[in-house]
Design a protein around this ligand. Structure first.
Ligand SMILES: NC(=O)c1ccc[n+]([C@@H]2O[C@H](COP(=O)([O-])OP(=O)(O)OC[C@H]3O[C@@H](n4cnc5c(N)ncnc54)[C@H](OP(=O)(O)O)[C@@H]3O)[C@@H](O)[C@H]2O)c1
Length: 420
């Protein structure tokens, strides 16, 4: 027999009930895809360990008496963090002073763990679910990954199927969000026809109130790609920096949607993996002039879409591979830069950035994306990045970020186990 006991306590604002499920059993779920641990969920203690950034250019400082974040909105959940995936921004932000809203601050963008609290009985995730959370909302310190407990929203949390490793699942969140928004919003690719169908985000956006989308991403969301210029099945796209975690995901999503993909990377190191993930053409990154020539040759000088995941310089190289004529139908070439774009602009090229905050500012978009991610993981349609697992918890993150900064872990994501 299945038992469940719940009790309700008021939250600070007294607006919504907080529901803690004290006991729950596997049999409660008809769907065996997600394993619910037969455990009691403990109400968290008032304080936790966290890594604080106290000054620009400084290392993170471990503190053990930081308040556990509290949920305050109906959509929110509390996650006990088990694994943290490290992103380049985790060391670049403090080093170059960006993405730090105030000091001291907590960083960390990718986490996986167990839901221990929900604020809405109709939440799409439940207490006990294992989830991965891409924490793109870095201005909300409660959502940062470098702490033992983090707040998230249920529409930004993807349940991890029991077939997937929790640590490996901490590696791909931000990369997945960036890839989906780059291809699906900025370049307009409709994922409905994919092997493992996903959303048509352009269609989803049409149904949204423009005023509800932050002003600085409205252009990219609503006016970046004309209907007739949308990236479509059968089109070619070039990815510079294909061995990045974001590149691996972008390649896989592009192939699922039926695109032809040229990948630029260190082929000796990463060619086998890129080939296995379906790359149509592999171009070595060492001789950049030759790489430009090869891409132009392979695409017969007609390439119209390119994604750079390295920086402004390589985005400039990719720009040279594009057919930048404005065609009779008024269409352009499209260049998207995740880490920078060339300063000079050509009239025949539309330049794109990725509207990353759409993921957490639009519940509809966020939910479509995490629901698709769940299906991609359940069906095995998306391969998780390879990881290097670092033990040692929060106190070891400074050391792990130094390893990341030096680039010695190449083609893999470092995931730190929090030992909880
Ligand atoms: N705008 C956004 O919202 C957003 C979102 C996600 C990511 N990003 C940015 O995208 C970039 C990639 O992020 P990530 O987390 O996916 O990276 P990552 O997994 O840490 O990338 C590591 C890989 O980058 C490759 N690489 C380094 N320099 C390269 C070059 N000159 N040409 C080609 N490949 C090169 C390395 O290849 P080797 O092994 O050959 O050295 C290594 O395999 C970062 O700059 C990140 O900040 C931006």
């Amino acid at each position: 027999m299945t038992t469940i006991s719940t009790y309700t306590v008021p939250v600070a604002e007294g607006k919504y009930p907080t529901v803690f499920h004290r006991e729950f059993l596997v049999e409660q779920r008809a769907d065996p895809t997600y394993t619910v641990q037969p455990q009691s969920t403990t109400i968290p203690p008032p304080t936790q360990s966290a890594l604080l950034l106290k000054g620009v250019g400084e290392k993170y400082t471990l503190v053990t008496d930081h308040a556990i974040p509290t949920i305050s909105k109906k959509d929110e959940i509390l996650v006990k963090i088990q694994a943290v995936g490290l992103n380049p921004v985790d060391w670049k932000g403090p080093a170059y002073n960006f993405g730090i809203p105030a000091l001291p601050w907590i960083n960390g963008r990718d986490l996986a763990g167990t839901v221990i609290q929900v604020n809405d009985e109709n939440s799409r995730v439940h207490v006990g679910d294992k989830v991965l959370v891409p924490s793109t909302d870095y201005r909300d310190i409660r959502k940062a990954a470098f702490q033992e407990y983090a707040v998230a929203t249920h529409f930004n949390a993807a349940r991890i199927p029991s077939s997937s490793d929790v640590h490996a699942s901490a590696s791909l969140g931000v990369a997945f969000v960036a890839s989906v928004l780059a291809l699906g919003v900025s370049l307009g690719l409709d994922f409905r026809g994919s092997r493992c169908p996903g959303p048509d985000l352009q269609d989803v956006l049409e149904g949204l109130d423009v005023e509800g989308i932050p002003g600085d991403i409205r252009g990219e969301c609503f006016a970046s790609v004309a209907e007739g210029e949308r990236l479509r099945r059968g089109d070619w796209v070039a990815i510079w920096g294909a061995s990045t975690t974001t590149g691996y995901i972008t390649l896989q999503l592009a192939k699922l949607a039926g695109l032809h993909v040229v990948c630029v990377a260190d082929i000796a190191r990463h060619g086998a993996r890129l080939h296995q993930l379906g790359a149509d053409v592999l171009v070595d990154r060492q001789d950049t002039e030759r790489a430009v020539d090869i891409i132009r040759g392979v695409t017969k000088g007609k390439l119209r879409y390119a994604v750079d995941i390295v920086g402004a310089e390589t985005a400039g190289l990719l720009e040279r591979t594009l057919d930048d004529t404005i065609r009779e139908d008024g269409s352009h070439a499209h260049l998207l830069g995740l880490t920078g774009l060339p300063k000079e602009r050509k009239p025949g090229v539309v330049y794109h950035t990725v509207p990353i905050k759409l993921f957490h500012t639009s519940p509809v978009v966020g939910e479509k994306m995490v629901s698709w991610l769940e299906r991609l993981l359940e069906t095995g349609a998306l391969q998780l990045p390879e990881i290097v697992r670092h033990e040692g918890g929060l106190s070891s993150i400074n050391e792990s970020l130094e390893v990341l900064r030096q680039g010695s872990v190449s083609g893999k994501r470092i995931v730190v186990d929090l030992g909880l």
